[in-house]
Design a protein around this ligand. Structure first.
Ligand code: 3EB
Length: 339
């Protein structure tokens, strides 16, 4: 694998970023493929292929691999495709969105299928969701498509309180240029400890001006496993309180997003003193406009200027769910527990 690997002892989750399809084909893998092109033959089972070009890299195709190794097994049940390693599951549901389809109902069906699947495994908790669909900021009969998505997701969550008793998992929700709805999830036997950001209103308590249903996600999840931990930080944006700050300034939005992640990491430290340092996590940065890439990358470098080795980061083109947000950043890290 090129550039980055985070693997902790006894950890069933390995996260790495690589650019070569060859590497991915060698192992049974699960994860994401980002590319300008629509999914093609180099995508192996278990790889969620998204039409999202990689920015600022020699190749516009890249892979973020979440689980790999000989023991990982790919299977499919209905529309759920998944890779299992021990009790950890990386899965995804992709549903086409034919013209005239109702996005709220489509989201509800995709989530119900994903949640029913997780339930069928027994003793599993969802640690994180990723959500992708087209035209996220477009209105339909006066309602933004992101709002329709939120309503459908919440309807599904309301009927799965058994699986979500601990609260809302970490998440990202990003717009792609075209294609259907993709729901990706990571689940395991341990529940995630949910983390909020003291500087941000919890997303599930946002006031009504952002849509009739609040988004259902936590700012981060911390999973304890035998001898290791996994910190999953949700898509994080330039929001203070519940308001967007630094409208039209992608550089400042990047710094504010990273400050928000830093605050979430501080909260995680209150739960577990030996938390992964921020610069050792893997970052995925969603940039709305390719023309903002240079400013976003500058903000990212600026934030980590005092760190000897810059963290591993990849930038992809994607729409953010509030039209005044230009950038959203998620971070993931697995680390050995030192006790
Ligand atoms: C925010 O903080 C930015 O609806 O699942 C970030 C992560 C955002 C997840 C979601 C939305 C979601 O409100 C948007």
């Amino acid at each position: 694998m090129t550039s980055f690997e985070a693997e902790a002892v006894g950890m069933p989750v390995k996260i790495s970023w690589c650019t070569s399809a060859e590497v991915v084909r060698d192992v049974t893998a699960a994860g994401f493929r980002f590319s300008r092109e629509t999914p093609s033959a180099d995508v192996s089972d278990g790889i969620m292929a998204l039409e999202m070009p990689v920015l600022g890299a020699p190749s516009d195709t890249g892979f973020e691999i979440w689980l790999c190794g000989d023991e990982a097994k790919f299977s499919q049940v209905g529309n759920v495709r998944y890779v299992e390693k021990d009790a950890t599951v990386f899965g995804y549901v992709c549903l086409p969105e034919p013209p005239g389809e109702n996005l709220e109902d489509l989201t509800y069906r995709a989530y119900i299928e994903a949640l029913d699947f997780v339930r069928s495994l027994g003793n599993r908790h969802v640690w994180r969701f990723w959500n992708y669909f087209a035209d996220i900021n477009e209105p339909v009969d006066g309602v933004e498509r992101y709002s329709l998505f939120k309503i459908g997701r919440q309807r599904a969550f309301d009927s799965a309180s058994d699986l979500l008793a601990a609260g809302m998992p970490a998440a990202s929700a990003i717009g792609i240029r075209e294609g259907g709805l993709s729901i990706v999830f990571l689940a395991g036997t341990e529940p995630a400890l949910l983390i909020e950001n003291p500087r941000q209103v919890s997303a599930y308590k946002y006031p009504k001006q952002y849509g009739p249903r609040s988004p259902s996600f936590s700012r981060a999840g911390l999973v304890h496993l035998d001898g290791s931990s996994l910190l999953l930080v949700s898509g994080t944006a330039s929001i203070v309180g519940h308001e967007t700050v630094h409208v039209n300034d992608s550089y400042a939005q990047t710094l504010t997003s990273l400050q928000n992640i830093a605050l979430v990491v501080i909260e995680a430290k209150k739960m577990e003193s030996q938390i992964i340092p921020m610069h050792e996590m893997l970052y995925r940065v969603y940039v709305r406009n390719a023309s903002d890439y240079a400013n976003v990358a500058k903000g990212f470098s600026e934030f980590f200027r005092d760190v000897a080795k810059a963290p591993n980061v990849h930038y992809v083109l994607g729409d953010i769910c509030r039209s005044d947000l230009l950038v959203e950043i998620e971070a993931s890290g697995c680390f050995a527990k030192l006790d």
